[in-house]
Design a protein around this ligand. Structure first.
Ligand SMILES: NC(=O)c1ccc[n+]([C@@H]2O[C@H](COP(=O)([O-])OP(=O)(O)OC[C@H]3O[C@@H](n4cnc5c(N)ncnc54)[C@H](O)[C@@H]3O)[C@@H](O)[C@H]2O)c1
Ligand SMILES: N[C@H](CO)Cc1c[nH]c[nH+]1
Ligand SMILES: [Zn+2]
Length: 396
């Protein structure tokens, strides 16, 4: 279908499934493994004997992987590692008025990674979540992924490479609930990260009152902003590429060029997917439209992409010029785990920061009198006499 105006909503919203997902989460919380086995049979058609994949199973699966796929994983891993290492924050601090202070960036202890696997395989997602976790210093990584009965060799290879503690053969909302609350087989974690379909993201949203989450990373979204310098065949391929994720993908082209819009319309007219093809008066209007959508992927296929980038306010990740958005999915370096459903208005893509907590510290060895008096005065004003005394006894 072709629609010639801006999308009014996402193709599928998690509001539609919140009630159903709440029930799934509640049952897993109450019944543990029994509920996981029931839901996996119901939604994935798999009768599970064991929820946890054994070390032997992981090793056997990993050994099936061909050398060229191992090599591709190794190459991509180095690129992703370099991206997250280059942005890892230093231990920082300073001091004022006789007080030393700063931040100790501290890695999270136990992290759960959801690797999607309903319609397609996503070993690349395990790299995109596992590598920044390791760069941050996380020691315990647990993975949940729907398996269709058998663990995927590339996921097994990456799990061994990243020293993943355990893999669970579960997907959907039930997997998120299990990681959030723990079951007989599944470890309770401190934070759950990773993309997935609407059920997975609705479950993350529900459990976020009890466990950390990285954000909402639901069905893929791509907005392309193109001017007349762009190539319609490349735009067509980029749209269809993200359309491979399924028919919940949001696909939008905003262009200042009638030629580009006409050529892309001709190319996509036979497709089952929905495409939004929107005319903009000029580049500024095109980027204003893109900012209002706040897409996961934004592609600037314009003659001066760096200039255009200065106008971007809301996007998960931006590819510039002819750079294909799909290269971020695999090997550019920046993460492909990116905010959807307009969360890009206030959230960026997954980084090493998602696995670090800033613990602040202060040491008042020789604080200025004025500073101490200010603390005492404010404590008294708030009626906290002992607070005031505990400060005054030490320094006054
Ligand atoms: N935003 C991002 O960063 C990002 C990155 C990669 C992938 N994605 C998206 O992840 C999604 C992956 O989706 P997927 O479906 O292939 O895999 P998935 O693993 O997210 O979901 C599969 C699970 O959904 C559950 N499920 C399916 N139908 C259900 C139903 N009717 N009721 C309850 N539960 C049900 C099943 O338990 C199944 O195991 C795609 O939409 C893709 O675009 C997003
Ligand atoms: N485009 C997805 C993010 O929306 C990431 C991905 C993984 N594999 C292929 N693509
Ligand atoms: Zn993709």
């Amino acid at each position: 279908m072709i629609i010639k105006e801006l999308p009014k909503s996402r193709p599928i919203s998690f509001d539609q499934v919140l009630d159903k997902v709440s029930e799934i989460v509640g049952k897993v919380k109450r019944e543990g493994d029994k509920a996981l086995i029931e839901f996996t049979e119901k939604f994935d058609g798999i009768k599970l004997d064991n929820i946890k994949v054994t070390k032997e199973e992981i090793h056997a699966a990993a050994s099936l992987l061909s050398e060229d796929i191992k090599k591709a994983i190794d190459v991509v891993s180095e690129q992703i590692k370099e991206f997250h290492t280059s942005i890892k924050p230093p231990q920082i601090g300073g001091g004022k008025s006789g007080v030393d202070f700063g931040i100790i960036w501290t890695p999270l202890e136990k992290v759960g990674i959801y690797v999607p696997g309903g319609k397609k395989l996503y070993p690349s997602t395990l790299l995109m979540a596992g590598i920044p976790a390791i760069v941050a210093g996380v020691e315990e990584i647990y993975v949940a992924t729907p398996t269709k009965g058998k663990i995927d060799p590339a996921i097994a290879y990456i799990a061994e490479k990243l020293n993943v503690k355990e893999i669970y053969k579960i997907g959907g909302a039930q997997a998120i609930a299990a990681l959030a609350y723990g079951t007989e087989s599944v470890k309770k974690v401190d934070k759950i990260v990773g993309p997935g379909n609407v059920y997975v993201q609705a479950a993350k949203y529900i459990v976020s009152k009890d466990v950390g989450i990285d954000g909402i990373e639901g069905p893929t979204e791509l907005v392309i902003v193109a001017d007349d310098s762009a190539n319609s065949e490349e735009i067509y391929l980029d749209l269809l590429a993200q359309g491979e994720h399924g028919n919940s993908t949001l696909l939008v082209l905003i262009s200042t060029s009638d030629r580009i819009l006409r050529e892309v319309e001709e190319k996509v007219s036979g497709s089952d997917l929905t495409f939004y093809l929107v005319k903009a008066r000029d580049l500024e209007e095109a980027i204003t439209y893109a900012n209002s959508i706040a897409p996961e992927h934004l592609s600037l296929q314009v003659s001066s992409p760096r200039e255009a980038l200065k106008m971007v306010r809301n996007a998960g990740a931006v590819t510039l010029g002819r750079t294909p958005p799909a290269i971020i999915d695999y090997s550019a370096g920046p993460d492909h785990i990116l905010p959807t459903n307009s969360w890009a208005k206030f959230k960026g893509g997954l980084t090493v920061y998602d696995f670090l907590k800033p613990i602040s510290f202060a040491q008042a060895t020789n604080p200025d009198k004025e500073l101490i008096n200010a603390a005492i005065t404010l404590a008294r004003y708030e009626g906290f006499e002992i607070h005031s005394k505990s400060i005054g006894e030490r320094y006054v």
